[in-house]
Design a protein around this ligand. Structure first.
Ligand code: HPA
Ligand code: ZN
Length: 340
């Protein structure tokens, strides 16, 4: 029996490397948690909330995303949020995930750093134990806030170094270049955190150069705009600096017009280590498989191209080399069994 591309994607072992846990907050769960916490959302129903998910740019999305996160108060809230995401990706054959969280979104409302971290981490540990999903955790600084606030956040994270693998940079990009956080990233690096940053989503290719040369990141989140600069593309390719692309996010935030012109194959031809990810799946219309599926349909991807993308997702991850090799073997075995 021929296996369709859709079926092929569903069973393909994958890793996710660009996922904001607050962006996986589904409207139904948001209403449930709001109710139990006695918080009133400015919408009367799930449908009314979902109808507000129409964005012209990154900032319009961020305004709604931060508003949604305000109902999260207790450790159990952060657990439930994270557990719901894990159950979803478990259905989708996502075997490894590297999750972002935004502590400042919560600490600025008076929620303790430990409450946020404890809830997310407990769910991730349960996910590893009960669902077999391995994970890494990345704490992001909100770039629209001052450097001093990022330093304070780094300070709060230091007692929890054993549970936080990396630091990243997200929120409103234009006007907040990576260089604003050069000193805090230097400190984070000295403390042993792995470094990543959102760059070149709405911001220019210069921001990607800054992320590499001044923040010393080992992965670029989004990075679409690298294609404006040939030298940068060569640098990313020769240094094998992965890009974590998010196609449905780019479509929803109008970073790109439509997926038919998504430059994924051009990037692969240039030798870039590109991966597909969902970014904020509750807001952008799909989890990881929906992202693979949308791109596969728009660009008529072949099974070998999908295999390359899945392999890239593990190669670009922070798993150990033996774990990566095991994952790549699993993908090869899957391809052999489902190539026709
Ligand atoms: N870009 C910047 N900040 C974000 C995003 C994004 O795509 N998602 C959540 N925070
Ligand atoms: Zn993102």
């Amino acid at each position: 029996m021929e296996v369709s591309v859709t079926q092929f994607i569903k069973g393909l072992p994958k890793a996710e490397l660009h996922l904001h846990i607050e962006g996986s907050f589904e409207p139904k769960l948001m209403f449930e948690i709001a109710k139990r916490n006695g918080i009133k959302l400015p919408y009367t129903s799930v449908e009314e909330l979902q109808a507000a998910y129409q964005f012209n740019n990154l900032q319009e999305f961020l305004d709604i995303y931060y508003q949604g996160a305000q109902v999260l108060l207790h450790e159990q809230d952060f657990y439930d949020l994270t557990w719901a995401y894990l159950l979803k990706i478990h259905e989708q054959q996502v075997h490894h995930t590297e999750v972002f969280f935004d502590p400042q979104t919560h600490t600025d409302r008076g929620v303790a750093f430990d409450t946020v971290l404890d809830g997310i981490y407990r769910a991730l540990s349960d996910g590893e134990e009960k669902l077999g999903i391995s994970f890494r955790l990345i704490m992001c600084f909100l770039r629209h806030l001052p450097e001093s606030a990022a330093f304070k956040t780094l300070e709060s994270a230091l007692p929890h170094k054993d549970r936080i693998d990396g630091v990243g940079l997200d929120s409103s990009e234009v006007g907040h270049p990576p260089s604003k956080f050069e000193r805090v990233f230097e400190q984070a690096g000295l403390h042993g955190f792995r470094l990543v940053a959102h760059a070149g989503e709405e911001g220019p290719s210069d921001y990607i150069w800054e992320a590499i040369n001044r923040l010393h990141v080992i992965r670029i989140d989004h990075g679409n705009r690298c294609l404006d600069d040939d030298l940068l593309v060569k640098r990313l390719a020769s240094r094998k600096i992965p890009l974590t692309l998010c196609p449905l996010s780019n479509k929803a935030l109008q970073v790109i017009k439509n997926l038919n012109t998504y430059p994924l194959l051009a990037m692969m031809d240039h030798g870039l280590l590109v991966t597909l990810n969902s970014d904020d799946p509750a807001y952008f219309g799909g989890y990881l498989n929906e992202n693979y599926e949308a791109v596969a349909q728009a660009l008529s991807l072949t099974k070998p191209q999908l295999v390359t993308l899945a392999k890239n997702s593990f190669s670009a991850s922070w798993l150990s080399n033996p774990e990566k090799e095991q994952a790549l073997k699993r993908i090869d075995a899957y391809y052999d069994a489902h190539k026709h």
